[in-house]
Design a protein around this ligand. Sequence first.
Ligand code: KIV
Length: 309
Amino acid sequence: MSASPRTVENTTIDRAPVTVTSLLQQKRQGRKMVMVTAYDYPSAVVAEQSGVEMVLVGDSAATTVLGLDSTVPATMDELLMLGKAVRRGLKATFMVSDLPFGSYEASDYEAVKSAQRFVKEAGAQAVKLEGGGVMIDRARAIVNAGIPVVGHLGLTPQTANALGGLRAQGKKAEQAAQMVLDALALQDAGCCAIVLEAIPAAVAEELMPLIEIPVIGIGAGASTDGQVLVWHDLLGLLEGHTAKFVKQYANLHHEMVAAVASYADEVRDGVFPGREHTYAIPPEELQRFQGSLAQIHGAEPSEVEGHPA
Ligand code: KIV
């Protein structure tokens, strides 16, 4: 196994499509799986070329690309539009779309209708919903409609108000035990995977031997079958606070500001555009053009073709 950075040259572009079956097989073989969020075509292309197994069109788009301060306001239309763009950039990668807050909680009917839109309109291969309790019924209803579902337990940002804020969950024994029961119930409901967010590593370690479907962690330690990170966190696309569980693999914000500032400097200094960025005209055409300009200069504006007085 190599820890050296991957380059574009050694990326795997042609590979077998990832499916719910291949993910299950991967878990059984003990091979770690990788998920990243993506919200548009270019990020999907990068994810695809990087060889990750899964892309999540997360409702984290509300904060990362829409500039909102929580995931709660994300709408169906916004996530569908982002999902469609992501779909165009993916080939083999398995695409999961988040069901936004308010699109699935009230009834099984609404949950199925919303999930169907992500499959039909955005081409999602699975949908993700947050929470245990009654959400397990919603998950089962969607699964029964033939749509793979990813559960999400631990810190569930859509209901952060009820959790007392964006904070680690499962630090109390009863809460941790309830999480295990919810994970088992989601599995029983037919979920194809579960995301565990911001829970003690030791709780995840106890839970892992009990769960047969892939478990993807974010802030749940190293024992899960795979990891997910938010695109903007992993690439350092935004400045500011990040959660304890984030590892930043690049500082693209810094690089982008430097690039745009260089562009601005070069425009102001007359360095850009250079000759290599300009189009040529054959010399005889230029001469003819200059000749016609001389005529235009000598003419009254009203006499110039196409220029009414
Ligand atoms: O919306 C999102 O990005 C998520 C991940 C943090 C798992 O739900």
